[in-house]
Design a protein around this ligand. Structure first.
Ligand SMILES: [Zn+2]
Ligand SMILES: [Zn+2]
Length: 122
């Protein structure tokens, strides 16, 4: 599900996917997200290996989508394994969806980011 946050001051809108997703590491080191509905066959299609083989090789991880306060890019990041650093700009302020709600707007630094979740369901 997509979480949308809007700044109360400048109207800046952030859209960040909520929740964790498993990823597999390809032979060349590139990480690819696995379809949560069907991780096993996604893993097989991408790497030719089962989830179990990947786990044994240490090639499975969990990442979340996060917003970089430096360049406003949304990036996938593994909170345990990856350096807390934006691959786009090198900035170190990455915030996942659950950290964005009620936080200071990275764009104007004045308003608060509020979730419009409720309104979306009306
Ligand atoms: Zn703002
Ligand atoms: Zn960045």
């Amino acid at each position: 599900m997509i979480n949308q946050f809007t700044c109360s001051s400048c109207g800046f809108v952030v859209e960040v996917r909520e929740g964790m997703e498993r990823y597999a590491v390809m032979d060349d080191g590139v990480k690819k997200g696995l379809d949560p509905e069907n991780e096993e066959s996604a893993a097989m299609a991408l790497t030719g290996k089962t989830m179990r083989q990947l786990a044994e090789e240490g090639k499975l991880g969990v990442w979340v989508e996060a917003l970089c306060a430096g360049c406003m890019a949304t990036v996938m990041t593994d909170r345990d394994a990856d350096p807390r650093k934006c691959p786009e700009c090198g900035g170190q302020k990455l915030a996942a969806a659950y950290e964005l709600a009620g936080s200071l707007c990275p764009k104007c630094g004045q308003g608060m980011l509020g979730s419009e979740e409720e309104e979306l369901f009306i």
